[in-house]
Design a protein around this ligand. Structure first.
Ligand SMILES: Cc1ncc(COP(=O)(O)O)c(C=O)c1O
Length: 461
């Protein structure tokens, strides 16, 4: 009998999009001990473990106050109410936020509205923000409040979203907010640990200590993740912190909305505190993975767009988001190779059903719409191995070059473990392409603040 020449086609091992298991197993004994402590002390909601985490997270963010709450949505909703947002107000955010951002605004009784984003960073475009406030609003002489011309509602707050671990350009946003007397609550669900260089203060600041208040969520899959839903509000404003605390604990003083009771569980707080000790390492690993992707994908940067990190940002890469024309086909191709990817915000919020009443049709926010049709998030968790990254980058390259048989040869550069960027002295094509692209992108970006000084390199370890 003739033997078949066909060898069985082997499916390559699955590369999941996130790994919610390994970091928990690595800390298994420590996490179980936290549960035991909670059982023995009966501190299930609030209590000493919550207070300890609040203290440590405030210290980590370099923020004066931190208040633990039940989720990222709770954090945003409560921070907005505590900051003075009332029923019927308008709150500006971005159209490519996660649905929960707009939901939380709705839950305050206010209405979300949108301004378009920056093409390079996908975050709030401060020039569009300024234009919106200048042309779409007027100051009511009787109340002194800023009013939205279309709806005749007061516009009282801005919610910049630090998407995918990349901080928004906060100096100009805060300067504009000050000019128009608006509250700024940052949505940092995807950016625990990210840093921003404030030219105004000439120093790096960690997200959580920049705007009037910052809302964090730590659901599984985040850089810092609990074993369930949790969140916090950080702020340097003592009055706002006190109102957040009262609203969190049912908000009796705020009968109009109440806080809804949004306490943080003791066990979850203990888990977060234990994991916080590893966050700097995990974020560092994510940045290394990001720069590794930059290098691996640099031969095809004419065909895909890799994430851009401005000189004033240290992103923590909640996701590694590429942009490509035929995104859905690429996703199917990667899926066939057993690589799981994700599309964050495939339909911008203004085109989703709940927001149709705002009458923003297709074409209203062109940058966010293009981004929504092109972005694809690749796995980037700290536990991702180099050979997995190599396989992902190779499959992407194979797809975009359509040269399956004779695909481009990879020449990965050497990355020393304690450096985040490709070797400055390396003259291999990968590093040269990467460096010249970064220089090109950073050139000619408008600076709002005069004499914006260059960020100093900072060791984040
Ligand atoms: C940008 C953004 N904001 C808010 C949230 C809501 O956070 P949570 O799920 O903790 O309520 C999410 C959730 O993924 C998010 O991605």
């Amino acid at each position: 009998m003739r033997r078949s020449n066909h060898s069985a086609v082997r499916t390559p091992p699955l590369i999941p999009f996130v790994d919610p298991i390994t970091p928990n197993l690595e800390l298994e004994e420590e996490l179980l001990a936290i549960f035991r402590t909670s059982l023995r002390h009966g501190e299930f909601v609030g209590g000493s473990m919550v207070e300890a985490f609040e203290r440590e997270f405030a210290r980590y963010c370099d923020s004066e106050f931190c208040i633990g709450v039940g989720s990222g949505r709770d954090a945003l909703r409560i921070a907005l109410i505590a900051g003075g947002v009332s029923r019927g107000d308008i709150v500006l955010t971005v159209p490519n936020a996660f649905a929960a951002t707009a939901e939380a605004i709705f839950q305050t009784g206010a209405r979300p509205d949108f301004v378009d984003v920056d093409d390079l960073t996908s975050n709030m475009n401060w020039m569009k923000l300024e234009e919106h406030l200048e042309t779409q609003c007027y100051r009511d002489s009787a109340t002194g409040k800023l009013v939205d011309k279309r709806t005749q509602r007061p516009l009282t707050a801005i919610v910049p979203v630090h998407l995918c671990g990349q901080p928004a350009d906060m100096d100009p946003i805060l300067e504009i907010a000050e000019k128009y007397d608006l509250l700024v609550v940052e949505d940092a669900r995807q950016a625990q640990g990210a840093e921003y260089f404030s030219s105004k203060e000439s120093r790096w600041k960690r997200v959580g200590s920049i705007g009037h208040a910052t809302a964090f969520g730590f659901n599984p899959g985040s850089n810092l993740s609990a074993c369930g839903e949790t969140g916090t509000v950080t702020t340097n404003d003592g009055g706002l912190a006190q109102r957040v605390r009262r609203l969190r604990d049912h908000g009796h003083a705020y009968d109009d909305f109440g806080g809804g009771g949004a306490g943080l569980d003791g066990v979850q707080a203990g888990i977060l505190e234990a994991k916080l000790r590893h966050l700097v390492d995990w974020d560092k690993k994510r940045r290394e993975n990001a720069f590794c992707y930059h290098g691996l994908l640099s031969p095809v940067v004419e065909r895909i767009t890799i994430p851009h990190e401005p000189s004033w940002a240290r992103a923590t890469y909640d996701s590694y988001v590429i942009r490509v024309d035929n995104r859905d086909e690429l996703r199917t191709y990667l899926s066939a190779a057993n690589i799981v990817t994700k599309i964050h915000c495939p339909v911008p919020l203004h085109l989703q059903d709940p927001y149709r009443a705002l009458h923003h049709g297709l074409g209203r926010f062109p940058v966010a719409e293009t981004i929504a049709s092109e972005t694809l998030s690749l796995p980037i968790y700290p536990q991702l191995k180099f050979d997995q990254q190599y396989r992902i980058a190779h499959t992407v390259t194979e797809f975009v070059t359509r040269r399956k048989e004779n695909g481009p040869r990879f020449e990965p550069c050497s990355y020393s473990p304690d450096r985040f960027s490709p070797d400055e002295d390396c003259s291999k094509p990968l590093c040269l392409t990467f460096r010249s692209r970064e220089a090109e992108l950073n050139r000619g970006r408008p600076n709002r603040i005069a004499n914006k000084s260059e960020p100093q390199m900072k060791d984040v370890s």
